[in-house]
Design a protein around this ligand. Structure first.
Ligand code: ZN
Ligand code: ZN
Length: 233
């Protein structure tokens, strides 16, 4: 395990177990949950501490450790203590920062992939989109792919390679809408403009998906790390 790096869920579970045992919670169980807005939870009655699997998989070791210690302090201080003085004293005693996760400085579930539609609706994703997507909001909520609402993507604010299938389908759409065949940045916008002006040349149905830009994307890494795409160059 690289110290301080992002932990995988097995490493995080081992760390949690080690910290729980060290502070006397040997008869407490550890588990993961699917929470997206809180990092950890202390289930007093069930004698269980759980961590959010989606959040844990974006936390580094220090953040996982602090989150576990936060919950261990809850277990030791008891439910009545809440986040009051008794809990804070216990948290400090065992080396917890006393921060409450999710705090504004901690990683959020805003994915590194940012998609923007021609009208400026925005969504984020953790994984690289596998195929071109259209904005569902612009489509009035319909689940049909609409090329004039095509979403353009960046990775951490930069243009990025979109992967083989995505680029293949994008090229096909270029042909379909009579724009220069390309996968360079700006292609999605050109296709969307051409589609909006009704320039479709062929009506070859493509297997494309619709993206609901109203809601933050709910797909989260399943314990693995974000893949760094190769720059489009
Ligand atoms: Zn708490
Ligand atoms: Zn839109």
């Amino acid at each position: 395990m690289d110290q301080g790096g992002i932990m995988n869920l097995v490493e995080a579970r081992n760390l949690a177990r080690e910290l729980m045992d060290r502070h006397g919670l040997t008869d407490w169980k550890f588990e993961y949950d699917d929470a997206k807005r809180r990092a950890g939870m202390c289930h007093y009655a069930r004698r269980r501490i759980s961590l959010s699997a989606p959040l844990t998989s974006v936390y580094d070791e220090g953040e996982v450790r602090d989150t576990v210690l936060h919950e261990v302090a809850h277990a030791l201080a008891g439910s009545a203590a809440g986040h009051g003085a008794e809990w804070r004293a216990k948290a400090r005693e065992i080396g917890c920062s006393g921060l409450r996760y999710v705090d504004p400085g901690a990683p959020t579930l805003d994915g590194p992939w940012i998609g923007v539609c021609p009208r400026g609706h925005r969504a984020t994703r953790f994984r690289r989109p596998g195929a071109p997507m259209s904005c569902r909001r612009c489509g009035g909520g319909a689940k049909t792919f609409e090329p004039s609402h095509l979403v353009a993507w960046t990775y951490r604010g930069h243009d990025a390679a979109m992967g083989e299938r995505y680029e293949r389908e994008l090229r096909a759409m270029c042909v379909q809408f009579g724009v220069e065949v390309s996968v360079e940045p700006g292609t999605e916008e050109r296709i969307a403009r051409a589609a909006a002006s009704g320039r479709a040349l062929v009506v070859e149905p493509l297997d494309l998906s619709v993206l609901d830009l109203e809601e933050p994307a709910s797909d989260v890494p399943a314990g693995d790390r974000w893949r760094s795409p190769v720059s489009r160059g």
